[in-house]
Design a binder for this molecule. Structure first.
Ligand code: ATP
Length: 235
């Protein structure tokens, strides 16, 4: 039996007000895959994630989550299909403690990780349980933001540049956590500028340019010949 993709975008268009930013994005992510969106600044990667969770002022085309069409659903209903979005700015509540940040988000689905499972995945934040959000390092904030969506029961994670601005040792820890999540059956679509990190964790990649997917490759293909991908990224 063939399985419906966890996520499938077909001819996705999206607008900020009058400004038409996505011009027919096509991609699919199967359950348990880690897939990246690569591309230069302003290409439309963040907008693609925002369109999937339904927070753009206007979108058209098709966005299916486990075979369910969401293009006309409000974002709270889309979230309940098991989507967990971590924005680039991470969205930690500054005045709340780590523990309160973890407890706050509503469940979207059964089967969310327990707090102790989250601490096993991200030992750094266990030490900071009663610290205020503002006191955390960038890496701790990223781990807390990821932990928070894992509490909700989301099993399709949309991560916007999770490694941005982080020290290499913290980037490695986030990579290990993502590999562990993959083993547990989570599905991840992430925007990533760190090409090396992307090739260490991902199964496949899509290249976005001017609001369209212009190329795609398996990670094995990219590792065999990095030059084509690097050219897209202007490296
Ligand atoms: P970056 O890495 O810089 O975030 P990106 O590939 O994620 O790049 P997007 O943030 O999706 O790119 O931006 C795509 C296009 O949409 C850009 O031309 C950008 O200027 C425009 N854009 C982004 N946010 C808004 C907004 N809130 N209102 C209007 N236009 C926007």
């Amino acid at each position: 039996l063939s399985q419906a993709p966890m996520l499938q975008l077909h001819q996705l268009n999206a607008w900020y007000g009058e400004s038409h930013v996505l011009h027919g994005i096509d991609l699919r992510v199967m359950k348990g895959e880690i897939v990246t969106l690569l591309g230069r600044n302003g290409a439309g990667k963040t907008t693609t994630l925002k369109s999937i969770i339904g927070v753009m002022s206007k979108r058209s085309g098709s966005v299916k989550v486990q075979g369910i069409e969401t293009i006309d659903l409000p974002s709270r209903k889309i979230a309940k299909l098991g989507l967990g979005y971590v924005p680039e700015e991470r969205g930690i509540y500054a005045s709340l403690s780590v523990e309160e940040n973890l407890m706050l988000p509503p469940r979207v689905k059964d089967g969310g990780l327990t707090v102790s499972e989250i601490f096993t995945l991200f030992p750094n934040i266990k030490e900071r349980l009663s610290s205020q959000g503002t006191k955390l390092s960038g890496g701790e904030q990223q781990m807390l933001a990821m932990g928070r969506v894992l509490r909700t029961g989301a099993d399709l994670l949309l991560l916007d540049e999770p490694t941005e601005g982080l020290a290499p040792i913290i980037v490695d820890q986030i990579g290990l956590a993502l590999k562990e999540l993959k083993k547990r059956g989570f599905t991840v679509l992430l925007v990533e500028q760190n090409f090396k990190f992307a090739t260490q964790i991902a199964d496949r990649h899509y290249v976005v340019e001017q609001g369209k997917v212009v190329d795609q490759a398996t990670n094995d293909d990219v590792l065999r010949d990095e030059s084509k991908m690097l050219k897209y990224l202007g490296v």
